[in-house]
Write a protein that binds this ligand. Structure first.
Ligand SMILES: Cc1ncc(COP(=O)(O)O)c(C=O)c1O
Length: 402
């Protein structure tokens, strides 16, 4: 690492959640099926074409720089060529929708990825349409899964999503509908249109989807954490996990997984949001879901959600030890810092948020003390996307993607 680089030291907001619980305190449908269900989701995902565990980078130099014991970054930029963690959730949910449809229509006893990928039920699968609203990454993952498993995808975009992200979603074969509002407006529109057309909505938002599909997304994210924790050196357990939050699915899944895996000894979990889209922060502060209005302007597009999903709220409310919001400049500094490493690590705007927050907190004495961050802490962060918008990435870091 180049020691002369500016590490983020922005103004940030930090909230300790008075209702955070551990050791049996997180009660919600998140626990349905427990660790065996998460293990079986990972087993299924491992059988998909081009599966590789994504790298878990050990950022020793950065850890020393900010006086943490260990600091790691899971690099989801390499996930199935899609560029973000989203195939683990949306992609897994699409494969489960199709398997259930085949079982129902053909009366097949048990259908999984092997039969779907072999095209054994192509006549049934090709008649299915999956739909979603997206800021970019989720739509790309759903489009990718639809193409991989042979069904149709329709993807609704919030107005701020870049042309380049739209083009990538189309390149995976999806039909795209551009809406005039923000992410939450796109969620409402896809719910209305899908209801009329008989499409399956792949989302974690109550009005738009079935609890079963929301739960599959949740399980798929659980599989991501399972994969990540299995990559830790033998005997290392994390003391802190910093995790991004948009509608809250990834963060809540992290909490449910941690509780299942470690119970009362689970790591401290810090929920990270963009300062202009801090719906988890505001909801945890209020003790109930609070919606944020407006354009939710942030460079961290994947985090631009104004409402926590009701499916995940109970888990989030009990499992978030701290909520933290960061400004865009923290993400920018962190992207540049990773790009300057040898070898460089290319992580996108929303993707760096958890690392940016960890670096920011580690350099702020009051945050260190409040969260118990020390020179012995073993901190995990998740690079949830790579350079998914290469033009924006190049503009921010001053280099094209490595
Ligand atoms: C790159 C990235 N990180 C994090 C998130 C947040 O995930 P969730 O909406 O499940 O909270 C998203 C959501 O789109 C994303 O695209």
């Amino acid at each position: 690492m180049n020691g002369s680089l500016a590490l983020p030291r922005p103004t940030f907001s930090l909230l300790a959640n008075p209702r955070a619980r551990r050791g049996g305190g997180i009660r919600s449908e998140a626990f349905r099926g427990g660790l065996p269900a998460i293990d079986s989701a990972l087993h299924e995902i491992r059988s998909w074409p081009d599966y590789h565990p994504t790298p878990l980078h050990d950022l020793t130099g950065l850890a020393q720089h900010v006086q943490l014991g260990q600091l790691r970054l899971k690099d989801e930029g390499h996930r199935f060529g899609v560029g973000s963690f989203k195939p683990m959730g949306g992609g897994y949910a699409v494969s489960r929708i199709l398997a259930r449809e085949v079982m129902q229509v053909a009366g097949a006893a048990r259908t999984g990825p092997r039969e779907l990928l072999a095209g054994e039920f192509a006549d049934i699968v090709s008649r299915v349409t999956v739909a979603c609203a997206t800021d970019g990454n989720h739509g790309r993952a759903v489009a990718w899964a639809a193409r991989t498993f042979g069904c149709r995808a329709v993807v609704y975009l919030a107005s701020h999503v870049s042309e380049s992200r739209e083009e990538t979603i189309r390149s995976f074969g999806a039909d795209v509908v551009r809406t005039s509002g923000n992410h939450d407006d796109a969620v409402r529109q896809v719910a209305a249109d899908a209801g009329a057309a008989g499409w399956f909505v792949v989302s974690q938002t109550a009005s738009a989807t079935s609890p079963e599909i929301a739960h599959d997304i949740f399980l798929g994210y659980g599989a991501l954490f399972h994969e990540m924790v299995n990559q830790l050196p033998h005997g290392v357990t994390p003391s802190h996990v910093f995790v991004q939050c948009g509608v809250g699915g990834l963060a809540a899944s992290c909490m449910a997984y941690a509780e299942l895996r470690w119970g009362g000894d689970r790591p401290v979990i810090v929920v990270v949001e963009a300062e202009n889209a801090a719906c988890a922060f505001r909801s945890v502060a209020a003790g109930e879901p609070v919606a944020i209005e407006g354009d939710l302007a942030t460079l961290m597009g994947g985090l631009a959600a104004g409402e926590i999903s009701p499916h995940v709220w109970p888990t989030l409310d009990a499992g978030a030890d701290y909520c933290m919001t960061i400004p865009d400049e923290a993400a920018i500094d962190t992207m540049r810092c990773l790009a300057a490493m040898n070898p460089p690590i290319a992580i996108g705007e929303a993707g760096v948020a958890s690392l940016a927050a960890a670096l920011t907190a580690a350099q702020a004495p009051h945050a260190r003390e409040l969260m118990g961050l020390t020179g012995q802490s073993r901190v995990l962060t998740i690079g949830t996307e790579g350079a998914t918008d290469p033009g924006a990435y190049a503009e921010i870091v001053g280099l094209s993607c490595p």
